[in-house]
Write a protein that binds this ligand. Structure first.
Ligand code: SAH
Ligand code: MG
Length: 205
């Protein structure tokens, strides 16, 4: 991975351990099918920088989807709340300014294209086959299963489905990402491709 982009990814606020980010990068580099990369859950762009680094090398584009209002566990009083991201005008979380700032600093504005909106609304109107889908949006049961159902049918044959925060042991983290990972293997026609920490990358047969 280009050193300047590695530094930008390390500096960005977010929830992507470096080794797992490099896993995303390696998977995207290994793509053999065409079509854009889609990320669900941009936050401040940390994971998008790893995907963007591979996209530059492969001549691909990354669309990254987020309503930027934060997941349930990011709201005030919850475990992952970050008061620095609250917009004083609305009193709501807004991670979009920091995403734009990070993409600008990384020189990725023409490679990583933000889509601001509710994941299910965007998915409803998305018809382009996806080379690699990275699911890291809402981790509750409802949003995680909705992302699985709405987005995975759009992954091209031979393309990748990456899911973050997949923990086999319930003591290590929430269930829904593991549940959708299991669904992809059991009913979705996906097979294991690569695994780093809580990142699982599957390949569509
Ligand atoms: N990939 C990021 C972390 C994403 S955190 C990183 O590397 O740091 C999860 C993100 O999903 C949050 O920014 C939240 O706003 C977004 N999100 C949660 N539910 C969503 C939904 N239903 N539609 C759109 N975005 C959603
Ligand atoms: Mg995550």
């Amino acid at each position: 991975m280009r050193r300047d982009l590695e530094i930008a990814a390390l500096a960005a606020r977010g929830f992507m351990p470096h080794a797992e980010g490099l896993g995303l990068y390696e998977a995207a580099l290994a793509l053999t099918v065409s079509g854009p990369i889609v990320e669900v859950g941009s936050y401040c762009g940390k994971s998008a920088i790893y995907l963007g680094a591979a996209a530059i090398e492969r001549g691909l584009v990354v669309f990254t989807v987020d309503h930027h209002r934060g997941s349930e566990e990011m709201q005030k009083g919850w475990e992952h709340h970050d008061a620095e991201l609250v917009d004083p005008m609305t009193g709501k979380i807004d991670s979009l300014p920091e995403l734009r700032c990070n993409l600008e600093a990384a020189g990725l504005e023409s490679i990583v294209v933000p889509i601001i909106g509710e994941s299910s609304v965007v998915a409803q109107h998305w018809s382009t086959p996806i080379s690699m889908l990275f699911v890291d949006g809402g981790h509750g049961s409802e949003p995680a299963h909705a992302d699985y159902e709405n987005w995975t049918p759009k992954v091209a044959r031979g393309g990748f489905l990456a899911i973050h925060d997949v923990f086999e042991n319930p003591a290590d983290g929430g269930r829904p990402p593991y549940e959708i990972y299991s669904r992809a293997l059991e009913e979705g026609g996906f097979e294991p491709h690569l695994s780093v920490g809580s990142l699982q990358v599957l390949r569509r047969r």
